[in-house]
Design a protein around this ligand. Structure first.
Ligand code: 5AD
Ligand code: SF4
Length: 444
C-alpha cells in the first residue's frame, strides 16, 4: 500500500511554492498526497514567521498533532520553513514538541528527501538548520497544485533589512537564479499548459544584480515576452526603492505581462518610512506611481501597509490614509505591526497598544473596502477577459480574475478551469464581480 503525506502551509506564496517542492520530493519517493492528518504517514508543517499570527497558527497546529502521534507511532512529523530558522527557535520547538521527528530550516529544503531517509534509517530525531545563505535550488521538480497558475522563483533572500522584517535573517542574502534556467522553466510551463506564470522574489527589481552577467529584471521580462502562446505574466514583490522606468517599459511592451504592479508602500509617512529603513519618501513613492501611470495609464496598483509601527502617531497614520486616498489602490493588504524577535523595530521604544493598532487597521480597511466596492461598480455592464482559476463549491460558481486581479464569479455548464473567457459583468457582490460567460476562447 502506498504511503501518504499531507503538507500544511502557512504564510505567503513563496511558502506555497516551497510546499510544492516538498510535495515533488515526497511524490518522487512514492508518497501520495492525502486530505487529512489521520490518513498521513508523513505530516509536514511549512511554517512562516513574517507575522505573528501565521506563527501562532502553526504553533497551535503542531501542538494539536500530539494525540495522533501517540496513537500512530510510525507517523513522521516534520517542521520546516522560516519559523525554524530564527535564533534558537529549532531547539525551542524540539523541547516544546518532543514528538516532532524532523526540523529543518529554509536553506536545505531541497535535501528533505535525504533527511527523511536518514530519519527512517536511524529512527532518531533529525534537526538540521544550516547557518549559511544557501544555494540556489535547481534540482527539485515541484508537484504543482495551483493550476492554471505556476509559481516560479527567480531569486531567493533579501538584502534590505527593513527594520520590522525578519525575512533577511531567515532567508539570507539575495541570490538570483540564472536567466536561462528561469526562461527554460517558464517555457516548459507554458508548453505544458499553464496559463499564468507568477515570478517570485522578495524584491524582483533587484533580480540579476548578484549574477554580474548583465541579467536584470527588465531583461528577464523582455525575454519572457518572446515566448509564444497565450499566458499571463505576473510577479511579486517590487520594492519601491528599485522600480525603474526600464522595468515599467518592459511590462508595457510585453503582451503577456498583466498591467498590474504590487508596490508595497508600508506607510504614508516619510518619518515612519525612514524609521522602517525603506529608503524612499512619501513624495518619491507618489512620483513612482505617477511614472507608472504615465507609461501604463490603466495599470492596477496594489500594496501592503503596516499600521501601528512603533512611534506611529495619529498624524503619521493620517498620512497613510491620505496616501491611500491619493493613489487609489486596486487592492491593499493591511497588517497590524507585530514585533519580530531580532529585528530593530522590536527593540524600539514607542510600541503601539493593541487597541490603537486595532482601531487604525479597522479605519484603514473600511476606507480600502469602500474604494474596492466603488471600483467594482464601474465594471458593471462591461465585458472583461477572465482566466478561470477554480470552481467555488460554496458559491456554486466558477471564479477567476481579470488582468488587474479583480475576482469574478459566474456559472457555466462545462469545466472552465484554465480557460480564458469573456465575462459580461452584471452586478457586484461587495468587492467581487458577478457575471455571465459571453464566450470561451477556443484552444489553438
Ligand atoms: N509586522 C506586520 N507586518 C509585516 N510585514 C512584514 N513584517 C511585518 C511585521 N513584523 C508585512 C509587510 C510585507 C508583507 C509581506 O508582510 O507589509 O510587505
Ligand atoms: Fe522584508 Fe523589506 Fe526584504 Fe520585503 S524588502 S522581505 S519587507 S526586508
Amino acid at each position: 500500500m502506498s504511503k501518504n503525506y499531507i503538507i500544511y502551509t502557512y504564510g505567503c506564496q513563496m511558502n506555497v511554492h516551497e510546499s510544492e517542492k516538498i510535495a515533488g520530493i515526497l511524490s518522487s519517493k512514492g508518497y501520495v498526497k492525502c486530505e487529512s492528518s489521520e490518513d498521513a504517514d508523513v505530516i509536514v508543517y511549512n511554517t512562516c514567521c513574517v507575522r505573528e499570527n501565521a506563527e501562532q497558527h502553526a504553533f497551535g497546529n503542531i501542538g494539536m498533532i500530539k494525540k495522533l502521534k501517540k496513537q500512530k507511532k510510525d507517523l513522521i512529523v516534520a517542521v520546516c520553513g522560516c519559523m525554524t530558522q530564527q535564533g534558537n527557535f529549532a531547539d525551542k520547538l524540539a523541547s516544546t514538541f518532543p514528538y516532532v521527528d524532523i526540523i529543518i530550516g529554509t536553506f536545505n529544503i531541497d535535501k528533505f528527501g535525504d533527511i527523511l531517509d536518514e530519519k527512517l534509517r536511524s529512527k532518531k530525531k533529525v534537526i538540521e538548520i544550516l547557518d549559511k545563505n544557501g544555494e540556489v535550488c535547481e534540482d527539485v521538480t515541484p508537484l504543482r497544485s495551483s493550476y492554471p497558475n505556476a509559481w516560479v522563483n527567480i531569486m531567493y533572500g533579501c538584502n534590505n533589512f527593513c527594520s520590522y522584517c525578519i525575512v533577511p535573517y531567515v532567508r539570507g542574502r539575495e541570490r538570483s537564479r540564472k536567466l536561462e534556467n528561469v526562461l527554460k522553466e517558464v517555457k516548459g510551463l507554458v508548453e505544458s499548459g499553464y496559463k499564468e506564470i507568477t515570478l517570485l522574489g522578495q524584491n524582483v527589481n533587484s533580480y540579476g544584480k548578484d549574477l554580474n552577467d548583465g541579467s536584470s529584471f527588465a531583461r528577464l521580462i523582455d525575454e519572457i515576452a518572446k515566448i509564444d502562446g497565450k499566458f499571463r505574466l505576473r510577479f511579486m514583490s517590487n520594492h519601491p526603492k528599485d522600480i525603474t522606468e526600464d522595468v515599467v517599459r518592459a511590462i508595457a511592451n510585453n503582451s503577456h505581462a498583466c498591467k498590474a504592479i504590487h508596490l508595497p508602500v508600508q506607510s504614508g509617512s516619510t518619518r515612519v518610512l525612514s524609521v522602517m529603513n525603506r529608503k524612499y519618501t512619501r513624495e518619491q513613492y507618489l512620483d513612482e506611481v505617477e511614472m507608472i501611470r504615465s507609461i501604463i495609464p490603466d495599470c492596477a496598483i496594489t500594496t501592503d501597509i503596516i499600521v501601528g509601527f512603533p512611534t506611529e502617531t495619529e498624524e503619521d497614520f493620517s498620512d497613510t490614509v491620505s496616501l491611500v486616498e491619493t493613489v487609489g489602490y486596486d487592492g491593499a493588504f493591511t497588517f497590524v505591526y507585530s514585533p519580530r524577535e531580532g529585528t530593530k523595530a522590536a527593540e524600539m521604544d514607542g510600541q503601539i497598544s493593541p487597541e490603537v493598532k486595532k482601531d487604525r487597521i479597522m479605519r484603514l480597511v473600511d476606507i480600502q473596502n469602500e474604494r474596492n466596492r466603488v471600483d467594482s461598480l464601474k465594471y458593471v455592464g462591461k465585458t472583461v477577459e477572465i482566466l478561470v482559476e477554480d470552481y467555488d463549491k460554496k458559491k456554486n460558481a466558477y471564479m477567476g480574475r481579470d488582468e488587474r486581479g479583480r475576482m469574478a464569479y459566474f456559472s457555466f455548464s462545462k469545466n472552465l478551469v484554465g480557460k480564458f473567457v469573456q465575462v459580461e459583468i452584471t452586478s457586484t457582490g461587495g468587492m467581487s464581480l458577478l457575471g455571465r460567460v459571453v464566450s470561451v476562447e477556443e484552444e489553438r
